[in-house]
Design a protein around this ligand. Structure first.
Ligand code: KIV
Length: 266
């Protein structure tokens, strides 16, 4: 079976079929997500927070993302793999952004890249798309700008901010983006943007009216336990289960109950 394409996602929007997207950062989880039928897997720069233990996404490097994208690609057959462009890999100049997007596709094996921002990155989006690399936009709460935004806060609440976000969405579509993540914006605003655009919107903390939804895998599974944003639904408590399993193993080792003969060679 071939991977989900940009065309397929467009058809899904036209047919009102919701798109399910999740993050993954390594081979085992990527295989599970792919086998579960998720259409898009994002190697998000959330990697920095939920896997590498940083306080923000800012320290993630291009080499980190390439390495993790390679692992995700090796674990998947069906999903479209989108690699997130890390901080400062696309803001300096469109030509540098193109070279870096090219590495994510050529070395990482991703089928598309994602980058944050509105009108200020339109030229960059156009340059990357013109080279044949699909680009996903990201508006609303853009975590790489956390210091400018003053924290991880809902965006687009004022009339002026909502107007600007709607304009940015149209500008990104015009620049050639094939899809748009809307993060932490009021659901009515996300609905308006979704209705206005021809390209699919993927919401995270943006209500139910987007064409698709994305969550950070480690939030959904309860693996990342430092904090849980309001918009996350935890579908499992794997962190808790893992701790219980490890405690049981430790106890067995201490009490000489593991290994038994069954786990030993003769
Ligand atoms: O890095 C990430 O995981 C993301 C999603 C939250 C959309 O950008």
């Amino acid at each position: 079976m071939s991977r989900v394409t940009v065309l397929k996602l467009k058809e899904m929007k036209a047919a009102n079929e919701k798109i399910a997207m999740l993050t993954a950062y390594d081979y085992p989880f990527a295989s599970i997500v792919d086998e579960a039928g998720i259409e898009i897997i994002l190697v998000g720069d959330s990697l920095g927070m939920v896997v590498l233990g940083y306080d923000s996404t800012i320290p993630v490097t291009l080499d980190d993302t390439i390495r993790h994208t390679q692992a995700v690609v090796r674990g998947t057959k069906n999903a479209m793999v989108v690699a997130d462009m890390p901080f400062l890999t696309y803001q300096v100049s469109p030509s540098q952004a193109l070279m870096n997007a090219g590495r994510l596709i050529q070395e990482g094996g991703a089928q598309a890249v994602k980058l944050e921002g509105g009108r200020e990155v339109a030229n960059t989006v156009h340059t990357i798309v013109s080279a044949g690399i699909p680009v996903m936009g990201h508006l609303g709460l853009t975590p790489q700008s956390v210091h400018q935004l003053g924290g991880y806060k809902v965006q687009g609440r004022t009339e002026e901010a909502a107007k600007r976000l709607k304009e940015d969405a149209l500008i990104l579509q015009e620049a050639g983006a094939f899809s748009l993540v809307l993060e932490a914006v009021p659901m009515e605003l996300a609905k308006e943007v979704t209705e206005e655009l021809n390209i699919p919107t993927i919401g995270i903390g943006a209500g139910p009216h987007c064409d698709g939804q994305v969550l950070v895998l480690h939030d959904l599974l309860g693996v990342f336990q430092k904090f849980t944003p309001k918009f996350v639904k935890r579908y499992a408590e794997l962190g808790k289960m893992a701790k219980e399993a490890i405690e049981e193993y430790r106890k067995d080792v201490k009490e000489g109950k593991f290994p038994t003969e069954e786990h030993s060679y003769r």
